[in-house]
Ligand binder design. Sequence first.
Ligand code: 7TS
Length: 413
Amino acid sequence: MSQAQTREFTPLSACRRDFPALHQLVNDHPLAYLDNAASAQQPELVIETVARYQQHDHANVHRGVHTLSHRATEAYEGARDKIGSFINAPSRDEVILTSGTTESINLVAQSFCGPRLKEGDEILISHMEHHSNIVPWQLVCEQTGATLVVAPINQDGELVYEAFVDLVSDKTRLIAVAHVSNALGTINPVADIIALARDRNIPVLLDGAQCVPHMAVDVQALGCDFYAFSGHKMFGPTGTGVLWGKQAHLDAMPPYQGGGEMILEVSFDGTIYNDLPYKFEAGTPNISGIVGLGAAIDYLQATGMARIEEHESRLLGYMMQKLGDIDGVRLIGTAANKAGVQSFLVDDIHPHDLGTILDHQGVAIRTGHHCAMPVMEFFGVPGTARASLALYNNQDDIDQLLEAVVKARQIFS
Ligand code: 7TS
């Protein structure tokens, strides 16, 4: 039985033991790690899997006849299978391994939209997107003369759905929205968006970076066309990510980059591209990282996505209520349907100053614009403090955050 399987019936709170980085003092305080939306910690299972791979199995993939190359290929392709089944992809060939959400979205912008867009066409996004789901579209719009259209949000940080519907037109060539917002935690009404788009034959890309670590994702049930996410936010190594896309789209798209791996035959008269998924994986990939991502998926599956979602939802409710009860705290992002992210401001303390004082008390949060400058502009603030949850957080972490915020207010008063 694998290490991951033995955990199946342990309570979620026991997961904390599996993450070595959580068990340290930071500035003489126990670490309360609440910066998971930026990057999550890795469980022992991932760290050990990567170390074992490096110690025993490393070689380049898909090209050697020797034993280590076979082992590396098996581990790498095995991870692709795990990823595919984790998101219920109909085929492993639709699982493109990338360096992260950013690369996944750029791939779609350049390879799917680039050849199709012309002047007058539109790409529809929302006002709450991460820069990774804004700038790639701006680039391809500049290249093609297409227009980027932005659907508004309201004061709770929710998509204004009626306005969104009104912005969908016969010029819309793609809809690209976050499944969950990184700055606000809002869960977007993706089922409605996809149903609307399907009626009009408009492809939909979901930026799932902030969703996949927190709730079960089934790309077939969603019915989207592309789904992008990052390994390091779901307890895997940095520099890993995934683009899932419908095979018909991926087959029709030209390669994104040229090089080794993505070819079947090269001559100076022309090149025959490799089949999916390799057509989009030029060069030596992040083999150890992807192997680690496979282990992260084992870990998530053994823990159970439904349990993770339930646990984080309870913690988020507690965090929102208790933070909101502190005098001088303004919560930013109060949507009815949210995942474990809370942005906030405390009096007129600059978020960076607040973050520094919290760090002195062992509390790790992110401060700033969270790569979502349009969200900050909408709320009229330069940035926020943001606490973001993962499966290993508990009430003690939140209580430590609350105490640290109260202390920060005392220091600044
Ligand atoms: N999309 C969303 C919704 C994100 O939250 C992020 C990263 C990205 C895309 C880009 O992911 P990457 O792995 O390719 O960099 N979000 C954050 C954050 O909220 N704080 O630091 C990174």
